[in-house]
Design a protein around this ligand. Structure first.
Ligand code: B4P
Length: 190
């Protein structure tokens, strides 16, 4: 199986690039952000919990996220592989993903880190906020999300560096240019 983790700060283009990766490599897609937003629009209990964290720009607790992934992963056993988009976002989530994949005798093939400067992230997310209707695309919440990324999510990079599956990608440029660099990184891992 080809399992790709697409990683980076909020607004770095994880969702945007995932769409291209899925098509080219025929992978299943797990976006924790999309799954959480679906729970919120479905007014589920999980959605109510998630909304209270997302609106503040905070991470949804690990046990909620890991439970959600655990429920989803079973259906993926017969796929070519999976792109994990926006997950893992903490070291505990990274360790849990390893354990879950080990049950299927597989692991993370490559972790792609999209590097984008803070000013550009803020600009992109404010622009998206004009039309997205997302409660977390406003300046105060964006700044909080970026600081949460720096303290809680960035350490995940070392987790994958140690496993020798880490690839750093310049995340500024056209969507096509960035996708070319990502494709080269994925191809080198196949
Ligand atoms: P996510 O939905 O994962 O949101 P994101 O980090 O904002 O988005 P992404 O990086 O995918 O940006 P996009 O491609 O859309 O998470 C939302 C929230 O859910 C989190 O803050 C957290 O609270 C919670 N959550 C999710 N997963 C969690 C987890 N595992 N654990 C705990 N909590 C979790 O790009 C952004 C914008 O940039 C778009 O408008 C796009 O058009 C534009 N763009 C993309 N590429 C560009 C380029 N090359 N040039 C110019 N603009 C570009």
């Amino acid at each position: 199986m080809l399992n790709v983790v697409i990683f980076g700060p909020p607004g770095s283009g994880k969702g945007t690039q995932s769409e291209n990766i899925i098509k080219k490599y025929n992978l299943a897609h797990i976006s924790t952000g999309d799954l959480l937003r679906a729970e919120i629009s479905g007014h589920t209990q999980l959605g109510t919990i998630a909304k209270s964290f997302i609106d503040k720009g905070e991470l949804v607790p690990d046990e909620t996220i890991i439970g959600m992934i655990d429920n989803k992963i079973e259906s993926l056993a017969n796929t070519n592989g999976v792109i994990f988009d926006g997950f893992p976002r903490t070291e505990a989530q990274a360790a849990a993903l390893d354990q879950l994949l080990a049950e299927y005798k597989t692991g993370v093939s490559v972790m792609v880190n999209l590097e984008v400067p803070k000013e550009e992230l803020i600009e992109r997310l404010l622009k998206r906020g004009e039309t997205s209707g997302r409660s977390d695309d406003n300046l105060e919440t964006i700044e909080k999300r970026i600081s949460v990324y720096e303290t809680q999510t960035k350490p995940v990079i070392d987790f994958y560096k140690k496993k020798k599956v880490y690839q750093s990608i310049q995340g500024v440029g056209s969507v096509e240019e960035i996708f070319e660099s990502i494709s080269a990184a994925i191809d080198s891992a196949k």
